[in-house]
Each structure stands twice: as C-alpha cells, then as structure tokens.
Ligand binder design. Structure first.
Ligand SMILES: *[C@@H]1O[C@H](CO)[C@@H](O)[C@H](O)[C@H]1NC(C)=O
Ligand SMILES: *[C@@H]1O[C@H](CO)[C@@H](O)[C@H](O)[C@H]1NC(C)=O
Ligand SMILES: *[C@@H]1O[C@H](CO)[C@@H](O)[C@H](O)[C@H]1NC(C)=O
Ligand SMILES: *[C@@H]1O[C@H](CO)[C@@H](O)[C@H](O)[C@H]1NC(C)=O
Ligand SMILES: *[C@@H]1O[C@H](CO)[C@@H](O)[C@H](O)[C@H]1NC(C)=O
Ligand SMILES: *[C@@H]1O[C@H](CO)[C@@H](O)[C@H](O)[C@H]1NC(C)=O
Ligand SMILES: *[C@@H]1O[C@H](CO)[C@@H](O)[C@H](O)[C@H]1NC(C)=O
Length: 650
C-alpha cells in the first residue's frame, strides 16, 4: 500500500521533471551577434561644418526620431502594440534621458548610396561616379526620399562634380539628432537561434563622425508578448540601439577625446583611420582598445598565458577601477569568445555578467555606469549617470576577481574558507538545493553542467568537483560559455515535458507555484525577494500523511522594512528579523496541510538600508530574538499515526 501511495503521490506532486539541459535552458539566454557594418556600408553625411559643430557643448538631450518601415504595420496587433506603445518608446526614452549630444541645428539629409563602390569626398561631401543608387537603404529599410540629400555626382576622374539634374534634396529630418529606421522582417538572420532583434548605424556625420542614422530589425516570429519576457525584450532593444549609437566595432576607430581630437590617427588623404582589410572596418588605436598579457592564468593544468583586450578610454577606466575596487585594472575587459559580432563588441561575460552590454542575456539585465562611461568616451555624448542601474555582480571584489581566472578565485577563496560567490561549484543533484542570486532577485542554481565533450584546456576550471568522479572534471563548466565556462548562480526555468512551467525570478507573479505544490509558501510578485531556507527540508503534514520535499534551499517572499528591522512575509504572517542569520521557524497551516520549515534572515542593511535612508531611518543593531513562541505557530490537531514519505523531483 505504501509503495503505491508513494508512486501515485510522486507523479502527482512532481513539480517538473528537470534535467540539466532543461533547467538551464533559460529563456533569457540570447547571444548577441552584432553584425557590425562594413566600411563600405556606412556613408558620411555633411550636416554642419567641423568648426561649428566642435565648439558646441555636449549638453542637449539626445533626440531620436523613429521611422517605421511598412513591415512594422504588418505585425500582429498584440506585437505591434507592445512594440509601438511600450518597448520602443521606453527604449528610446531611456537613451534620450541618459545621453546628451551637441545638438544638430540643421536638418539631417542622408547621403545617397552609389552604384559604384568607388566614391569621391570633397569638402566632406560624398559624390558618386555618374549616378546614385535608385534606392538608399539603411539596414532592411529603404530610406524615404524626404530624408535624402540630392544625388551628387562627379565624372569617373573625380572632376565636374555637381548635383545631378532633376535630383532634388528632400525636406530632411528636423529636430532630431539620430534617425532610427525600424523594420520587422523575418530575415535570414532571424532564423539563427536566439536572434530577436539586431541593429547598427548606417550613416555618420562628417565633422565629428557621430552616427546619425541607424536601423533596427525586430524579428517578428521571435518576439514574445509574454509578460515574463518583457524585461529581456526591452533590454535587448536598448542593447541593440546602443550598438547603433556607438558600441560597435565599426565605430571604435572614430572615438574622440573630450576635446574632439580623434584617439586614432587619420590617414591624411582620406581623413579616415586606416582600414583593417581583414575586418573590413577601420582599425582603432591602442588608445581605445589595448591588448594585455596575463602570464599566469590558472586553469586545471596549471598556469597558461592568456591575453585580454581592454577598453582603455579614460571614463571607462575610472569607472571599472572604482567599481571593482582595483586601482591597477587596465580597463574594461572585452569579450574574447563568440563569433564575429560577439567578440570585442561586448563586455566580457565573466567580468560583467548581467550588464546589458555583455554578449548574452542571462538574467536581470541592467545598464551600468560603465556602459554610460563608454558612451562618454566616444566623444559624442555626455551621460546622465543617474540613469544607470546599480550593478552587484563582482562589485568591490578587488583585483583578484577581475584580473585572475575564476579557477584561481575559487581556489583562493575556498582555501581560506570564504564564499566563492559570485562563482559556484555545485553540480545539480538530488535533493535539489537552490540558492539566491547575489542581488536576491531570483531563486537560482549553480549553472555548472557536464558538457558532452571535454572543454578546451584554457577553460577547465576545476581540479575536483564534489560528487563528480575524479578524471571527469574537464567535462564540467558553467553553462554560459561566454563567461569562460566559469560557473555561477543563475536563475532558471522549471520545465515539465519540455514545456516551461514557470521561471524563478521573484518579481513575476506568473512564477508562483500552484497552491498544492507551494510547500514552502513562497510568494512571487513585484515586491518579493529571494531568501535562503535553513539546512532542513520542508515538511508538509496532514492528519494522514507527512511529506518531505526533496528540494529546498531558497524561496521568494515578500518583505517589509519597518521600525528599524527587516520583516519577512510568509503566508499571512509577518516575521521580524532580529539579527543576520537568525533562523525563523515557520509552522503554518494552509489548505489543511501544516507547512514546516525555516527561513534565514539576511542582514537588515542589505535589504533595508536604501529604504531606511530615504526615510531618514536606519537599521537597528542586531539583538537577541524573542523565544520561538513569540512567533505565530499553527498546530495540527489530529490523532493517530501518519505515513511518512519523501517527494522527489526527478
Ligand atoms: C503608436 O505610437 C505612437 C507614438 O507613441 C502613437 O501616437 C500611436 O497612437 C501608436 N499607435 C497605436 C495603433 O497605438
Ligand atoms: C571636413 O571634416 C574634417 C573633420 O572631420 C574637418 O577637419 C575639415 O575641416 C572638414 N572640411 C570641410 C571643408 O568642412
Ligand atoms: C525564430 O523564428 C523562426 C521562425 O519561426 C524559428 O525558426 C526560430 O527557431 C526562432 N528562434 C527563436 C530563438 O525563437
Ligand atoms: C539626470 O536624470 C535625473 C533622473 O532622471 C534627473 O532628475 C536629472 O535632472 C538629470 N540631470 C541632468 C543634468 O539633466
Ligand atoms: C507593485 O505592484 C503594485 C500593483 O500593481 C503597485 O501598486 C506597486 O507600486 C508596485 N511596486 C513596485 C515596487 O513596483
Ligand atoms: C490568508 O491569505 C489567503 C490568501 O493567501 C486568504 O485567502 C485568507 O483569507 C487569509 N487568511 C487570513 C486568516 O487572513
Ligand atoms: C527520505 O529521504 C531521506 C534522505 O534524504 C532518507 O534518509 C529517508 O529514509 C527517506 N524516507 C523515506 C520514507 O523514503
């Protein structure tokens, strides 16, 4: 009887069947491949003379004009409304508030493209040989005639340059500093896995080289209108816009210092930096990106040499040094992995995990001060740093964290008995033990997984792993390869039969477990955070049965900061925390089951400092908690013995 009951209950209470490949298949894992425009795809446009533009101060809020291609209007209603009324306005407003430019006083008229690959530039005006292209495109979008300059041509010898007869200049774009052409076409690139949108600039103004026009294509079949995906979609669009505004391999060579002097020397004939034939774009100098050797990069096999490419412009250097608390840090490390379009055009994932300008979205994306500093270092923008979000990943962890391998960091910390966060070393196993991300936004797991093939030596980060057979360590690494295979705590999704049941981000009510499966009485919602459980399993008892859940570790709960203390909300009760690491024992009856478990109080400061500061209050110092009977405790009143059983997640 007991076995049958157990079997039945097992299937009944199985929340999800999770395997390693499923659980880390986070919906947010989107890798950005920014197909940077090749030099011949970008035109320079003459708007105002150098001396006029240069002396204007960089103090006017950026004005972005959106122009839709017809394809946008063909999106289904729901997607169109999401894009038109929420995503695009929010993304545009974000950058308009975050960045200031030298205002453009004249109208913008874009340069027409030429039939011929050869062009002439005279007095910063571009001329085609004999004729211009019928259509000038920016990305997938045809630029409307109203936005175009007249067709200007010379003869094949570069003489007799004039405006072609019957060619008129358009009205131009008024009161804008950047024109963004938006399309929604299911292009070839959209069919590549994990592509939702992509963007790039297409024209730069000729006096200071600032990009003034760009395009973004949103892949219509890959846009999810689900609420849980909103944050990632918005962040993706902001991220892509930034590639067009300045963070691009095609623009590094055009960056200027605060006096408007180019960081990269110009070729006297062309006025442009030298071309890198290989990349088909202009080669930047090492005042922008510089390569450094890390002679002693520790991996499983010992020390290996490794080079790192660093963004070394002044504002970025100041920000990263301060952020990581490492005064000798050379700059901000750029991504060294991934294909063209991922490598070098993003921040290194190992170092900047959830910064939105890393090459892959994993969780909780934010735009940090460091990205805004880079925008200032283009020489085209000033930033309003109050628009930056606070980053927590690796903050203040010092030079060991940013300048050494994660293997060395993990070993060093573990040897001293210290936390190895933000990295981790736990392989998923039964019983499943979850943790909280460092920012407490999400219930999380260590993303250490077994790869089918042994990892390259330079990415083998473990000598030994608990519960992994010796000799097998080389197959294990973090599921995010761009992070140099360093494993870290990450949010995940619960899946059953390959269908996503729910996510683990505390903020979304959609992630609430079904009442009959909510053994730890979690509550997901916009005001919830992740709190750790004690070391014991949660237990549910009815008058007939006791069930133990073979899965615990952390959960999402509401909280309040009141009277100088943190309060955690579980079920309908409020539990006051008196000191850090206090274990609060929970006994609550819900739906005729008594739920028993414990939650660990984090330090008051960590959760409440900001709220208290804003209200002129502060966290009281830790104090002895009152006896257990001070807290609410439900009791189950029933007679007779009960069947005890374990509920496992397989
Ligand atoms: C699209 O957005 C624009 C600007 O925000 C707005 O004026 C317009 O009404 C929107 N269109 C629809 C159909 O909602
Ligand atoms: C063209 O632009 C460069 C800077 O990009 C400037 O030095 C030069 O004076 C400009 N020439 C003319 C004729 O405006
Ligand atoms: C995007 O949509 C295309 C076409 O429906 C599909 O083949 C592709 O797998 C989708 N990619 C993602 C990441 O959803
Ligand atoms: C920067 O942004 C904040 C918040 O939006 C705003 O209050 C402040 O006025 C802005 N600063 C400047 C100089 O515009
Ligand atoms: C949470 O949602 C409620 C209701 O939707 C709203 O009133 C409240 O301001 C939100 N709180 C935060 C912190 O966003
Ligand atoms: C407890 O909360 C539930 C919803 O979570 C509500 O339906 C119920 O009325 C509450 N009970 C008490 C005693 O407040
Ligand atoms: C439940 O699991 C624990 C170990 O996690 C084990 O010691 C115990 O015997 C199990 N109980 C039953 C009834 O299977």
């Amino acid at each position: 009887m007991a076995t049958i009951l157990s079997f039945k209950l097992l299937s009944l209470f199985m929340i999800a069947s999770i395997t390693q490949s499923q659980i880390f298949d986070v919906h947010g894992m989107k890798i950005c491949k920014h197909a940077y425009p090749k030099h011949y795809e970008v035109s320079h446009t003459n708007i105002e003379p150098f001396h006029v533009m240069k002396k204007r101060s960089v103090d006017q809020p950026l004005r972005i004009l959106l122009k839709y291609d017809d394809s946008v209007y063909r999106l289904d209603q729901e997607t169109f409304l999401l894009i038109n009324n929420t995503i695009l306005p929010e993304a545009v407003q974000f950058w308009e508030k975050a960045l200031y430019v030298r205002r453009v006083d004249k109208v913008i008229r874009l340069t027409r493209k030429c039939e011929d690959t050869q062009i002439f530039v005279k007095g910063n005006v571009t001329y085609c040989i004999s004729k211009c292209k019928e259509k000038t495109t920016c990305g997938e979008v045809e630029v409307p005639n109203e936005h175009l300059d007249a067709c200007r041509v010379c003869n094949a010898a570069g003489k007799d340059c004039h405006v072609l007869e019957n060619s008129d200049q358009g009205e131009g774009v008024q009161d804008a500093d950047f024109v963004f052409y938006i399309s929604a076409i299911q292009t070839e690139r959209c069919n590549k896995p994990s592509t939702v949108a992509y963007a790039a600039h297409c024209q730069q103004e000729s006096s200071l080289d600032r990009p003034i026009a760009g395009h973004a294509n949103l892949c219509p079949y890959n846009i999810s209108t689900k609420k849980q995906d909103f944050e990632i979609l918005l962040s993706t669009v902001k991220h892509e816009m930034l590639h067009a505004l300045g963070f691009s391999m095609s623009l590094f060579a055009f960056y200027r210092d605060s006096n408007g002097i180019p960081y990269t020397p110009r070729n006297e004939d062309t006025g442009k930096p030298v071309l890198n034939e290989n990349l088909q774009t202009y080669q930047w100098s090492d005042k922008v990106i510089k390569r450094f050797e890390r002679k002693n990069w520790l991996v499983k096999s010992g020390f290996v040499p490794r080079h790192v490419d660093m963004m070394v412009t002044p504002n970025v250097v100041r920000e990263v040094r301060e952020y990581f608390n490492c005064p000798e840090l050379e700059g901000a490390e750029l991504e060294n992995q991934g294909e063209d379009g991922t490598v070098l055009t993003h921040w290194e994932k190992r170092v900047f995990e959830n910064e939105a300008m890393t090459g892959a979205h994993t969780q909780n994306p934010i735009i940090s001060r460091i990205t805004l500093a880079l925008m200032e270092d283009t020489g085209w923008y000033k930033a309003n740093y109050s628009q930056a979000s606070e980053m927590k990943w690796g903050k203040g962890l010092g030079c060991d964290f940013v300048m050494k391998s994660c293997k060395e960091w993990i070993s060093m910390k573990a040897d001293r008995g210290m936390s190895i966060h933000p990295f981790c070393n736990k392989v998923k196993r039964d019983p499943l033990q979850t943790e909280c991300t460092d920012d407490r936004s999400s219930v999380a797991l260590c993303n250490l997984i077994r790869y089918p093939n042994i990892l390259p030596k330079s990415y083998q980060n473990f000598d030994q792993i608990k519960y992994v057979e010796s000799g097998e360590e080389g197959y294990y690494g973090g599921s995010v390869s761009l992070a140099d295979y360093c494993p870290y705590i990450q949010e995940f999704t619960w899946k059953a039969k390959d269908v996503i049941v729910r996510g683990s981000h505390c903020r979304f009510t959609e992630n609430n477990p079904k009442p009959e499966k909510n053994f730890a009485l979690e509550k997901y919602g916009n005001e919830s955070l992740c709190f750790e459980h004690s070391d014991h399993m949660w237990e549910e008892s009815s008058c007939k049965q006791i069930r133990q859940w073979q899965h615990w570790g952390s959960g999402c709960y509401g909280y309040r900061c009141e009277n100088g203390r943190l309060h955690i909300l579980v079920g309908n009760y409020t539990y006051r925390c008196y000191h850090a690491n206090q274990e609060i024992h929970i006994k609550i009856i819900r739906n005729e089951w008594l739920h028993k478990g414990a939650i660990v109080c984090p330090p008051c400061r960590e959760i409440c400092a900001a709220q208290f500061n804003a209200r002129g209050e502060s966290c009281k110092i830790g104090d002895e908690p009152p006896p257990a009977n001070f807290y609410p405790r439900d009791e189950l009143k029933c007679a007779g013995s009960r069947v005890k059983m374990n509920v496992t997640l397989t």
